[in-house]
Ligand binder design. Structure first.
Ligand code: FEO
Length: 405
């Protein structure tokens, strides 16, 4: 690919990580992910965020630089909005090629730069409001934006163009090929990137939602004409759309989220499974949309996205050795780590000789402030009474979700 000039003197470059790898070593990316980088050329040249050192990707990236045309040695400044290695693992080699490179980074970022890359020279610590004048009418102003999603993160605003470079924030999964702007997307592509933005948010940013609003508030008064993240598309036509989406995703953390229900279920021998359709139909009969995931078949990365967006959860799992069914315990533990808070929850499941799953579930999720309906539990195979109770309870949950808005 060639670099794309997104406005006069500012270029977008990038690589795509392949869809057979896991992001952060754990999140599936069936459609890959882009790692974007940006060149801002004034009298001096700045590169904003770098790419991962994986396979031949740095070679591809260097070819994109050449298409501008630029050589690695021509770059004066590297702006490091975020130190996670998907943006920096190539940095030690890159610096060897250009030892005059000057780094602009937050104080916490500088410590991580030393720890990950062994770099302590040419480092300039920025504070919110500091500006780096590139000459030629281009100037970069920095904004500390901690915990999006590491403690050292910052945002960079180019004054003449109104472009905000945000690294992970406002990013999404999904490889980028020939289309890089929101206004070039078909409605299907647009829906895809919004879905993948939500999944990326739930996987990567969600646990830090309290910092998202703070960061956006800090930008109040800036005339933002484009949002240029380091994953996903550039929001040129309507940058407010992705800002508002992030504010909405952040609000979901404490609920209520959308008036939808996510059903997450697991079953050992089919007894718990027999209630799944009853529950789904019960919720649908109240006109509430339902997302259904089976555990362990569906990866928690996808389940998180559905659960994050839904005000209601239905958790189907049997008791296993007096406790929660282990594959579901892993999913629920992840919900705790990612702070899936404020849900209305109905659990159902069978047990062989005693219960225990419900008790452990309530203890595990205590800090998440979930509002539990009475569980539907039974010994062995479900009776007609149990099936009727399941229908009634799922309708009750759906009505509560609708009432909460
Ligand atoms: Fe794209 Fe947090 O790294």
């Amino acid at each position: 690919m060639k670099a794309t000039e997104i406005t006069n003197g500012i270029y977008r470059l990038g690589i795509n990580l392949d869809n057979d790898t896991l992001f952060e070593g754990m999140w599936p990316m069936p459609h890959g992910i882009s790692i974007n980088s940006y060149v801002v050329r004034g009298e001096k040249t700045a590169l904003i965020d770098l790419v991962e050192d994986v396979g031949e990707k740095p070679v591809e990236f260097e070819q994109e630089l050449h298409s501008i045309p630029l050589q690695i040695e021509d770059i004066d400044y590297l702006i490091i909005n975020h130190m996670e290695p998907d943006h920096t693992s190539w940095l030690p080699k890159f610096y060897k090629r250009n030892p005059n490179l000057q780094f602009y980074i937050t104080e916490k970022g500088a410590a991580v730069l030393k720890a990950f890359c062994g770099i302590e020279t040419n480092v300039h610590i920025i504070k919110t409001g500091d500006t780096l004048d590139l000459g030629g009418g281009k100037a970069l102003t920095f904004y500390e934006a901690p915990n999006l999603h590491w403690p050292e993160t910052m945002l960079t605003f180019e004054q003449s163009s109104g472009i905000l470079f945000t690294c992970d924030a406002f990013g999404s999964y999904g490889a980028i090929t020939d289309v890089i702007f929101d206004d070039q997307l078909s409605s299907e592509q647009h829906d895809f990137f919004m879905r993948e933005a939500l999944r990326y948010y739930a996987n990567i940013i969600g646990g830090f939602s309290m910092f998202v609003k703070k960061a956006i508030d800090r930008l109040d008064g800036l005339d933002i004409k484009m949002i240029a993240p380091s994953h996903g598309i550039v929001w040129r036509e309507n940058p407010r759309e992705i800002i508002d989406a992030y504010l909405r995703f952040a609000r979901y953390m404490n609920g209520p989220a959308e008036p939808e229900v996510t059903v997450i279920w697991s079953s050992m021998y089919g007894n718990t499974e027999r209630l799944v359709n009853v529950m789904v139909q019960g919720v649908r009969s109240e006109g509430v949309p339902v997302h259904v995931h089976r555990v362990p078949d569906d990866h928690v990365g996808f389940i998180l996205a559905s659960a994050w967006k839904s005000s209601g959860l239905i958790v189907g799992m049997p008791t296993y050795e007096y406790r929660m069914f282990p594959p579901m315990a892993w999913v629920l533990d992840m919900f705790g780590r990612k702070k899936v808070c404020g849900k209305k929850v109905l659990r159902f499941g069978s047990f062989g000789w005693s219960g225990g799953a419900q008790r452990e579930l309530q203890i595990l999720t205590e800090k998440l402030k979930w509002d539990f309906l009475d569980p539907v539990e039974w010994q062995g195979a479900p009776s007609e009474d149990v099936l009727n109770l399941a229908a009634k309870s799922s309708r009750k949950l759906a009505r509560q979700i609708k009432a909460a808005g």
